[in-house]
Design a binder for this molecule. Structure first.
Ligand code: SPV
Ligand code: MG
Length: 535
């Protein structure tokens, strides 16, 4: 059912209904969750929450913006307090048009002059509108509304301005004839006598709404007895929130800590719930990583010092060496984050306390001096969720490597760099590959690892494994099973990942190769740090 229809039915139903004030998206949601069937978009509370007076200091479009948030946050109808309609009949037309576009169910306008003053302030400053002019405003609103059920409530301020019952009745009559869907009869007395006097004469000529702010002691059943349609609790959520804000701010100011306040305020979790973070989390799974279906994670092996780097690694592991403004690890984490990989574990050993980046799981390998890569990997492999990247902590690489490796659907994929210098005197994981039988247009498209060994560069070699691998969920299981099988054997302590690869090949488990040419640096072999700037 449309929000407009819901509000109209509340007005026209024989029983007393209630609107509760709200002044922001979150307060509107809180009102709905409390069980209310409708919301009063109070001018006093909206302007008050913006920190300005209820004298049309907030422009009508600023009010509209707030009401739009309230409407988006809720499914129940909102009757907005439209003050005097923010001008003449023409402003009223524009207001109604914009309210309908924002799914607001109705507007209440009061027969005073722009700029208005709150009805509970300054008795002398409540001049009433000319009746005919106000009727024209109502007519203009009714004529412009597209949805037949959009509600226009005419608020009679005769009692507020001190004019008495007859004036109130005359005005109500005229406004109903002009097309108003209901009359709001307002009073600032501390009892309901004016309102009840009005009802006694008015009867059921139209639905009647009231705002019992000042006559709050009148029992609600009395309103029922007088067959009032709508009671508007016009500002209590706002006032309650002010009190709580004052208490919390003053307490924290006094105590200079959060210890005693924490239990008296809602948890951050509750804030997230009200914002409906759950919906976004589900949507992210659906839209952001449709390929992986759900999760991705990464394990970065970063336990060694990098002795070759001397002074540079005196107090930090090599993964924390700064290249320009950022460390190698920071750069890797940023690249992973860009591919929605946030679940990142780092296996740390040497100076592990120096790895102090946020949002990383640090897993210790205190035996890093006497163990190989597989022991480090074994400590973190249980953190691998879904598609996982395994990465050495000392390589600088271009972000697109991740795209290449994640796009390849094979269960185990490694990145091999075919550009290496034969002159250089260093050792690394050089690979032989074999080509798969299927013909491919692009050389290297379907290459698998044949053997991998730690060696000096040699013209025979296909390329150098850069220390990056991708595993699918199945790939993770293969690695886990392997670790499980080998972990109790003495040679496991010194095994490196290449040893695992060679075992896989023996068992017929394929390791897919993705080839790159350059665009990465192994920090162990770095000669000129300024070269690294482009990563
Ligand atoms: C409001 O809530 O802004 C109202 C009701 O207009 S009253 O403050 O009682 O005038
Ligand atoms: Mg108001």
């Amino acid at each position: 059912m449309n929000k407009t229809t819901k509000l109209k039915q509340m007005l026209q139903s024989p029983q007393l209904e209630f609107l509760m004030e709200a002044h922001s998206g979150i307060s509107a949601k809180i009102v709905e969750e409390a069980g209310f069937k409708g919301i009063w978009g109070s001018g006093l509370a909206i302007s008050g929450s913006l920190g300005v007076r209820d004298n049309n200091e907030a422009s009508w479009t600023q009010v509209l913006e707030v009401v739009e948030f309230m409407s988006d946050a809720t499914t129940i109808p909102i009757l907005i307090d439209g003050d005097t309609g923010y001008g003449n009949f023409n402003n009223m037309r524009r207001l109604v048009k914009k309210l309908e576009q924002r799914d607001i169910a109705g507007v209440c306008i009061e027969d005073k002059l722009f700029p208005k003053t709150n009805s509970f302030l300054r008795e002398g400053a409540q001049p009433l509108a000319d009746i005919d002019e106000f009727c024209g405003k109502i007519k203009a609103g009714k004529d412009i509304q597209k949805d037949d059920d959009f509600v226009i409530v005419a608020r009679v301020e005769a009692f507020i301005a001190g004019w008495g019952l007859q004036e109130a009745l005359n005005r109500a009559e005229a406004y109903c004839n002009a097309g108003a869907d209901a009359i709001l009869i307002h009073s600032k007395l501390s009892n309901a006598s004016e309102v009840f006097d009005f009802i006694k004469v008015w009867g059921d000529r139209s639905p009647v709404a009231i705002v019992p702010t000042k006559y709050y002691t009148t029992p609600t059943d009395e309103f029922r007895k007088y067959q009032i349609s709508l009671a508007i609790w016009a500002n209590q959520v706002f006032r309650g929130s002010i009190q709580k804000m004052q208490e919390v701010a003053q307490q924290i100011y006094r105590e200079q800590n959060l210890l005693s306040v924490e239990d008296s305020i809602v948890s951050i979790k509750e804030v997230f719930r009200l914002q409906d973070d759950k919906e976004l989390a589900l949507a992210e799974e659906h839209y952001l990583c449709p390929k992986s279906g759900n999760q991705r994670s990464a394990i970065i092996l970063a336990s060694t010092r990098g002795e070759q780097l001397g002074q540079l690694t005196q107090s930090i592991p090599k993964t924390m060496i700064k290249i320009g403004k950022k460390s190698i690890l920071e750069r890797a984490v940023e690249h992973l984050n860009e591919y929605h990989i946030k679940d990142i574990s780092v296996v740390a050993g040497y100076r592990k306390e120096a790895i102090n980046l946020p949002n990383l799981k640090i897993i210790g390998n205190d035996d890093y001096k006497t163990t190989g890569e597989l022991v480090s990997l074994s400590k973190a492999i249980d953190t691998a969720q879904g598609e996982s990247i395994i990465l050495f902590g000392d390589i600088l690489f271009k972000k697109y490597f991740l795209s290449i490796i994640l796009d390849d659907p094979a269960d185990i994929v490694i990145i091999v760099d075919t550009v290496y210098s034969l002159e250089q005197n260093y050792q690394s994981d050089f690979v032989h590959v074999f080509q798969a039988e299927e013909a491919s247009l692009f050389p290297g498209d379907n290459y698998h690892l044949k053997t991998i060994f730690y060696d000096q560069p040699h013209a025979d070699y296909y390329g150098e494994w850069i220390g990056m691998m991708k595993l699918t969920t199945k790939g993770v299981t293969i690695v886990k099973d392997f670790i499980q099988e080998f972990r109790n054997q003495p040679e496991f302590q010194m095994m490196d990942i290449r040893d695992m690869f060679n075992q896989f090949i023996k068992r017929g488990i394929k390791i897919k190769i993705q080839t790159i040419s350059g665009h990465r640096i192994d920090v162990n072999n770095i000669e000129d740090f300024s070269l690294a700037g482009e990563f």
